[in-house]
Write a protein that binds this ligand. Structure first.
Ligand SMILES: [Zn+2]
Length: 230
């Protein structure tokens, strides 16, 4: 803590320390606090968390992020919320106020997940990589049932697509309607090759446009991550 902390800073510090332990989610990319949209009446909402961080001079951003719908909820759409995210590079500025955070970070496994969920996005003639960043940071720790409600299990066989221990079963987004979200494991969709090969059956102009209709090996994906999340 700085030598001279104002009363306002001390109050913000107390609130942030309790939030980190009660609702903070730490991952490779940083620290996050998710708040359901419209919760402000009962709990501190994302804006209030961000205000405290501003008092403590900790940089953060607020993003729209979704969590799984509750099992007994009438609507089975993902719950919209706002997530306050502090990037890993900025966490030292919070550790000034909460030294214990440094210890939590040290225990984080090296292969811990970050904000984004990576998947393959096959398209006629090419294979892209998508990163879904619109899920709350806690997605790696959701139960299978919760993950299922967010479409993170293979739509065909139920494989948990958050797992990365089987290279044959990586996630491919093969929606039934344009811009949809329907994940299938590589085993159930032939590694997305059927979609990529569709370029041959299209009029042919698409192949000319990409300039490499026949020479794109699937699933050799370009490394540039495209954020197709909306
Ligand atoms: Zn499958």
């Amino acid at each position: 803590m700085p030598n001279v902390a104002t009363a306002e800073q001390r109050a913000a510090q107390r609130r942030m320390v309790s939030r980190v332990t009660s609702s903070g989610v730490l991952n490779r990319d940083g620290l996050a606090f998710w708040r359901e949209a419209g919760c402000g009446e009962f709990y501190a909402d994302a804006d209030e968390v961000a205000e405290d961080l501003a008092v403590l001079q900790v940089p953060c951003e607020i993003v729209t992020a979704y969590r799984f719908p509750l099992a007994n909820a009438r609507s089975q759409r993902p719950r919209k919320g706002h997530e306050v995210r502090i990037a890993a590079k900025d966490l030292p500025s919070l550790e000034v106020w909460m030294p214990a955070l440094k210890g939590y970070r040290a225990k984080l496994p090296e292969d811990a997940h970050g904000w984004g969920f990576m998947y393959f996005q096959p398209a006629p003639g090419k294979m892209l990589i998508g990163v879904r960043t619109s899920m709350a940071a806690a997605w790696p720790w959701w139960t299978q049932k919760q993950a299922a409600r967010m479409g993170l299990l293979c739509a065909e066989c139920g494989w948990d697509l958050r797992r990365s221990d089987d290279e044959g079963r990586l996630p491919y987004n093969i929606p039934t309607r344009p811009r949809g979200w329907r994940l299938v494991c590589g085993e159930c969709c032939n590694g997305g090759i059927d979609v990529v090969d569709q370029v041959d059956t299209v009029t042919g102009s698409a192949g000319v446009a990409t300039g490499a209709a026949s020479s794109v090996p699937a699933p050799a994906a370009p490394p540039a991550p495209a954020d197709t999340a909306s």
